[in-house]
Write a new protein. Sequence first.
Length: 125
Amino acid sequence: MIRGVMIYAGSIIIILWGIAHILPMKSVVRSFGPISRESKRIITMEWIVEGLTLCFIGILVFLITILGGYRNSISVIVYRSSAIMLFIMAILTLLTGARTSIIAIRFCPLVKTAVAVMFYLGTIL
């Protein structure tokens, strides 16, 4: 029971975090001030890609759990792989984005790490 709660909660949290990542994209790009059109496009692309990646991880975990349950070996592989990816993304954000003035980005490593832990604990509890 606790395994399922951890997995479902983690997937919903990371989906919502991905959506929250995408929604303020225009204001984030504007916060960089006067930069070239090309730089704006690159920042926009990267911002959207990160949000979509987070949503994809959450949706994948959610669907695997609904369709296959959380106790089979394929689900465990998906959960642990997703946890590793989120942890890698958390480290990247900690080393780069978390040092910016954008408050939401400072929370990114914490959210990603928390969900990664939830996914991992969902495989061992």
